[in-house]
Design a binder for this molecule. Sequence first.
Ligand code: HAM
Length: 426
Amino acid sequence: MNTLKTIEGTKDYFELDADRFAKIIQTAERIFSLHTYRPIHTPVFEATELFARSIGAATDIVEKEMYTFTPGSDTITLRPEGTAGVIRAYIQHHFQQQSSLTKLWYYGAMFRRERPQKGRQRQFHQVGVEAIGSSSPLLDAEVIAMALMLYHELGITGVQTKVHSIGCQLCRPAYREILRSKVSENLADYCKTCQGRYEKNLLRIFDCKNPTCKILTEPLPKAYQSLCETCSRHFAQLQEALDAKNVSYIVDGALVRGLDYYTKTVFEFTHNALGSQDAIGGGGRYDGLVKELGGNDTPAVGFALGIERMLIAMEALKCCSCHIPLMVFGISIGELAQKAMSGILMRLRALGISCDMDFEGKSLKSQMRTANSRNALYTIILGDDELSRGEVVLKNMKEGGEQTAVSLPDLFDAAMKLFSIKNTSV
Ligand code: HAM
């Protein structure tokens, strides 16, 4: 019989990758909470129309990468990103009535039917934020700095920040016409994909990896050079705010992003451990999306960071294993001692001490070997003799293997001292 395996473009996460995955979410939760973001969970599938209306019908994602199904009369799509669902929820549950600024964060699986390669999967994961209700460039800067704080805390050094402004509904049409006329001068020299983009999604020609197209787009006028007064001020204030926060960034006029909902600020984080898929995260402002999806006219800004790409960078940089060390391994000889050990470990865990034990009734020597191979910091040894005296043997597994007999009532205070735990409730 054939053994069943993961489908192309999907992955299992275990051991170090799964430890790091958990660390990313824990750290994100802490940092986002410090900035008063609250969690939100939205469904993995939504009405197809939601993504067509938000991401844009002419984008690569909507045109060819969505997993769309028609079970019965509905047309549903596995979410290719998180922003659309969050904004749908924001409107559906009237978040704007509760607060003028709503800050939400999320993480989860996203699905895009792209050609799999390093850092590019068909099921991947993002952690992201959406701040809905303010048009302040200070908020754009706060959001960018917050993503960088997360990378920093995870030990992901070497992240480069690119920012750009692609204008608004007022100034972008005029810019698009300037660009169109320039591109038309040598349209035949562009690749077939870019020739298609010329008609449907002109700004995306800046994203082409074809070397000829890269040379051709280099001298073209950039969006930030044609901004209206309001967008121009916003972009200048964003840069001032980033400077004030000591955030280093480059202005990249070729940064246009692959989703249609953006207005004004766009940004991307890149990392050179990633190869050709070097965007480790990205986001921007999307002041028209809430209205486009049926809500009030509400400005918003956010980002999503690719978890798989963070894992690649963390592996390259040998960032934290993030695994909680095993503080105590309980070694028991005999059935009675084993039962007693189970109770002791339960009380230790309630104090915040990580523990494990042998469940199979193995020999003392074999249990000691397990404690060693699991890198336990201490063992607690309990046999019939200790049990009858109401004590355990506490053995330091690291420094010289020193061991002391401790009476059971004193064990918990002793363990708290050893691991510098302040909480006194046992
Ligand atoms: P995005 O640039 O499409 O933006 O995706 C954000 C990040 O997700 C990328 O920078 C990358 O790290 C990761 N990513 C995207 N596609 C894949 C893939 N196929 N495999 C692995 N990782 C991938 C968005 O999704 C927007 N919703 C971000 C946003 C939030 N803008 C405003 N708010």
